[in-house]
Design a protein around this ligand. Structure first.
Ligand code: ZN
Length: 296
């Protein structure tokens, strides 16, 4: 029997998560770089991070992003996936500013950045109080914005990874591939959500499979699963069985039920699940080959 496809583990180290639930959230460039090296050793081949100020608030300084990438590169060979600052940054050009700066030098250039291929209301519903915690959190990504970001990233030598929150986002991926705005192989991240965020599919096997079932079969796509504010272990077996990859991280969820692990401990756990399913974690070179990333 042929060996099964290897498993790409992306670790989502911090997002904008506070430290009060899991104290291991990395904030500073040195902490993020140390986490990257530990996670690489534990089986991750991609790191996704957000720049943060020392008080934990979001940092949008392009220089800070460049410093983090160069510090990660100095520590290990992990592939790097930078955020665009999600809904906390307005205006398309501002969302791309740090990508343009980082792209100027190979030492600071990330391998990926995210394009979310649609818009969603991401207010969290609280069933206890029968109300929403916020009312106007629209994660707005017009088609024009997506195409602008994809073009700017490609010009900067950064591969767009495509985040999909619902089936229409998957259909948009197909359109972007069809028009050549995104090159194959595409790297698609299925974003599931819990914690009352009803603007994405739930972190259940059916929630994930609904996205996967709509992936265009005639395209070269590698997909991964992530979950905002929920336990990704709930869909790990489904992703592994369907040939998908996994993107866990304590930035998305503190994993209190398994003792608030470090990012590396969490990666180790998902790597073991992969091995048990015959899906050995990739090296970074293997991940590069699968995702069509040139060595810089
Ligand atoms: Zn993020």
């Amino acid at each position: 029997m042929a060996a099964k496809k290897k498993l790409i583990i992306t670790v989502r180290v911090n997002e904008y998560a506070p430290r009060n639930k899991n104290k291991h959230i990395p904030l500073t460039p040195d902490e993020i770089a140390a986490t990257a090296a530990e996670c690489r050793a534990a089986g991750a081949s991609i790191i996704h991070f957000h720049a943060r100020n020392t008080d934990g608030s979001p940092c949008h300084k392009p220089e800070m992003y460049a410093e983090i990438v160069s510090k990660i590169r100095a520590r290990c060979d992990i592939l790097i996936d930078s955020t665009l600052g999600q809904i906390t940054v307005k205006e398309d050009e501002n969302r791309l500013a740090h990508i343009r700066l980082m792209g100027q030098k190979s030492a600071t250039r990330p391998d990926f950045a995210a394009v979310d291929t649609g818009s969603s209301n991401i207010d969290a519903y609280d069933a206890e109080t029968k109300s929403f915690k916020t009312l106007n959190k629209v994660y707005l990504n017009s088609t024009e914005t997506c195409l602008f970001l994809a073009k700017g990233m490609t010009e900067a030598g950064v591969k767009p990874h495509l985040s999909v929150w619902a089936v229409p986002f998957v259909r948009m991926v197909d359109a972007f591939l069809d028009m050549g705005a995104i090159k194959e192989p595409a790297y698609v991240q299925c974003v599931l959500a819990e914690g009352g965020i009803v603007g994405a599919h739930p972190c259940t096997p059916r929630g994930l499979e609904a996205l996967v079932d709509f992936m265009p079969a005639n395209r070269r796509i590698e997909w991964t699963a992530a979950c905002k504010e929920g336990n990704l272990l709930n869909v790990a077996a489904t992703a592994l069985a369907r040939g998908g990859h996994l993107a866990p991280g304590i930035g998305d969820y503190p994993y209190e039920e398994i003792g608030c692990p470090t990012n590396a401990e969490l990666v180790h756990r998902f790597a073991e699940l992969g091995r048990a399913a015959g899906r050995e974690p990739t090296t970074t070179d293997e991940a590069r080959a699968m995702l069509g990333i040139a060595r810089t």
